[in-house]
Design a protein around this ligand. Sequence first.
Ligand SMILES: [Zn+2]
Length: 238
Amino acid sequence: MKLDLLVIAAHPDDAELGCGGTILSHIARGYKVGVVDLTAGELGTNGSAELRAEEAAEAAKIMGLAIRENLNFRDGFFVNDEPHQLAVIRAIRQYQPEIVIGNAVSDRHPDHGKGAQLVAKACFLAGLKKIETYLDNEMQAAWRPKNLYHMIQSNYLAPDFVVDISDFWDTKMDAIYAYRSQFFVPGQVNEPTFIATPEFIHFLEARAREFGQSIRTRFGEGFVRDKQIGVNNLFDLL
Ligand SMILES: [Zn+2]
């Protein structure tokens, strides 16, 4: 299946937190969007890999993803080496996305910066036809996505552009709350980790409002990219 937009991120819930509104806004415009999670998030203090997989499937349904799969790399310990790059290359060639969104280029959780570098490298290498990969015993065609953007996660990074997600904020939060084991849900007992507190949800909203305010909308998601932004039509800019 060919996708328009593919999010490839370290942990199930990174996509929802970092770019859930952007995913929803593009699905609403008719684009096909998928998520490939690199790990099952098995090192998370609350919940388990199994529970997280159920939650990720529920969030995928809420967002209307065309596909969601998990590469089952080791949470916390995956590295940016050839076997991991080949696995990501295989996914990129399988779904042939025009745009890839990866993790934040640097962040509090070391898997995020590491995931960003791994995905950046795989996006480039996937376009080299002399790197051979196979799916169901068939050699895959080379494919390089047109653009790679990086989400902004816990640490503040100045965005290169901001997507208006005002109409999708509530559904983004529904998708985040699908991860009942990870976030603060009143009446539920979770260990109060960095993300399992009411403050974290306030922080998420504050960040989205700040990015939204910067483009004069209610809510926004910011992105970083490694090259200049080009436009054909000045009227496409908000
Ligand atoms: Zn994460």
